[in-house]
Design a protein around this ligand. Sequence first.
Ligand SMILES: [Zn+2]
Length: 463
Amino acid sequence: MRNFFPPLVLLESIHETCSRRADPKAAEAPPNPNQRAEGRFQTFVNKLAHICDYRPKGDTVTALAVLVDENGRVLYLFASNRRTRADLNKTRQDLIAILNLLRENLQSETRVPDPVLNIRLLRQVLAANTARVQGYLSALSKELKSCIKSCEGETAPQDFRTAARALERLLQAIPDTKEAGRNSDEFVTSTIQCIQTVQEYRTLPIQHFIEKQAATSERLGTAESWSNLQHVIGRLLSYQYDVETLISAHHIWGDTELFGDFDVDFLPSSEPYPASATRITPETVESIIKRTPHASEAQLEMLRQHATDLQPFNLDGMLEKQWKRKIEPIVHAEVLLHDWLSRTPGGLQEARFFSNWRYIGTSKPICRLCQYYFTIIATPVRFRDGHPNTYLHWRPPDVRVREGSDVEQEKAFWRSVMDQMKTRVYLDVRRMLVEKATDKKRNDSNTNTDRITLDGLLSNLNL
Ligand SMILES: [Zn+2]
């Protein structure tokens, strides 16, 4: 692990030096009736995971799989990045309550029309996600105020003033988040009303106005309020889309075991690594680059040059800052769930999964390191598409020697996995150094004569 962190730390520093990191997007679309059954099921699983991801900042990121035992009984099994047992238990109870609402609705005596079920589910989902929703509402209020301000003024064109009035109405519909904690029932009711207003706005001309302003400000690189507004609206609507997906799933699979006699359970979050495993000695950019695998002296020289090109943008300073961070690597939720499946009877066989669909859903697109890990171990299980971010706080699952297997062989396997992970991280370092140094230089001098392609660098890597 100690060999794995330095290039990761450097990669993080290059990201920080050069640009903002990409923000992992949640799935923010209503159910797509044109998707094939397996795809619809995967969306359903991702949405279930999403409604379990209660708090921002990553601790509650959740992975979920729908398994069946030999008797056909369904088990919804989830894991989260960093949650206490009490918190996991609470999440389990919330998930049971949601699935029970769907189950009850499949019985004729308790069936209600979809719009009624929609509100019931939304109440349940929002009550569980209050912390996150409050954050979205505060952000919505802030961005709306900023957008309204940019639309007003004596000289503003008529369409801007019309837009300001429409946005003002939306601002009025936002529940007071400070009052909110006092009466969560009331808060949930007013949040539902707010989401309904937001949804209504999607069908009005103001929607096109917001989209146009967001596109214009992105193109011109001006204030981000319009894109932020679009983004936060999407986040709020995602709860409505979650609920719509759940409702359509219960119509599609209502006659299967999915909503029959099911169980819901969780895996405990991973233990933090011992401090000795993550204690790393600060290094210079040069010494990390020097260990780049499969690089010729000429290529190393080129990388050094690119790193030097980034120095005016404080690459050394960023690296310095990273060394001071406390690294607390955890097993990401999807890796945790995957590892448990591969170690328990039945392994990753398709018969273990509902409808033989080997899938682990997640509340967020999976990170780059998890993508590398799953590719390296060549798992047959499928996951959500990934996002480009890497995280310092990543670690592989604990090495557990399976009964009957050779200890040394098992250790060698894991060493090889981590070695390949490291090679891929180095490849990213190389790519970022070339791209970012070149980008910076181009922006700086307005010339692209220095642009160097990656072809030469990547040609001797068979990845
Ligand atoms: Zn991950």
